[in-house]
Design a protein around this ligand. Sequence first.
Ligand code: ADP
Ligand code: GN1
Ligand code: MG
Length: 354
Amino acid sequence: MLEKVIHKYGLQFQDFDIQNFGSGLINKTWKLNAVIGEKSYVLQQINKSVFKSPVQISENLNKIGNYLAKNHPNYLFVSSLPSKDNDFVIKDDEEEYYKLSNYINGSIAVNTVMDKKAAYEAARKFAEFTKLLVNFDISKLNYPLPNFHNLTLRFIELENQLQVADKDRLEKALTVIHLVYKNKDIVDTYDQIVTKKMIPLRVIHHDTKINNVLFDDQYNGICVIDLDTVMPGYFISDVGDMMRTYLSPVDEEEQDLSKIEIREGVFKAIVEGYFKEMGNVLSSTEKQLFVYAGKFLIYMQAVRFLTDYLNNDRYYGAKYEEHNLTRAKNQITLLEKYNDLEHKFQSIVADYSK
Ligand code: ADP
Ligand code: GN1
Ligand code: MG
């Protein structure tokens, strides 16, 4: 199957050793290791039940890529490569969609934040991306995933699911459901932010996990990758996902909830790294909402995992019976631990905002 796809890019199947790559929950990724020559590639099959119109992704990336090439020619932007027919997203005989990019030689990707430097560098690289696009006209961009981080809607989806979910799953989820309702003020704040237009829309990455930044061997950030969800949004999405995925030494898959921890040093590194690039761009309201960003995104991910558990794991899939319930418990635990430090974090951000 991949042979035909590779051929559409004018490449020869036998020139590569093909390897499964990445740990994403949505798309499939392969590395095409060069057997002959030095040029390796990354090939991705786009999950079309999630991305209803994959071509919208490449339209966005081409516009952004052209803008960056013109205005910031030294910036390393990992763009999609054109096929022989000059398509940036191609379709195989089974109507599956693919895109290809250059493999960045010598780069390292990590799945967990081991030290502050990685957190600082990742935050800086995501902030740099938004900063360089501050004058880019966002009305030109598609929304490949409409309402992706619309927390109001995510909460409504949960409420709808509560009406129709299987009794057994509902019962098992009762404690988490209770904690989600206990923290519902997070949704109310989001409603206010949107209805009162408190903060601007910017070009936002929307998936700032640590393995979406490539590092050199000294852990300096090289570039950001996994750009499918780049679209207009609020900075709380990017900063929030950093808090969600960098602060704790264990990730959303951890079943032993006692291992979930918030590392204050990593929090400072995120603030420092993000402010390094965006400190002069963020409005004072955005700075005041910096700590809220973590609550917003951690809460939304708990709601999404819980909703999926109640919907029989249709979106994320499950490797074991209560997988998405465990993930939801993990995220709500992370949220409660984050909430405990809210005031302290607020004063840290205030110090950086001076
Ligand atoms: P997903 O997270 O959806 O699986 P990514 O685009 O993040 O897909 O790619 C998966 C992994 O592949 C990344 O975490 C990184 O390790 C590696 N990777 C992706 N693109 C590149 C690239 N251009 N150069 C080097 N490594 C890459
Ligand atoms: C999905 O594909 P991946 O793993 O990068 C999801 C994110 C979630 C994440 C949770 C399109 O990202 O929003 O935060 O899982 N992406 C989509 O691990 O739904
Ligand atoms: Mg990724």
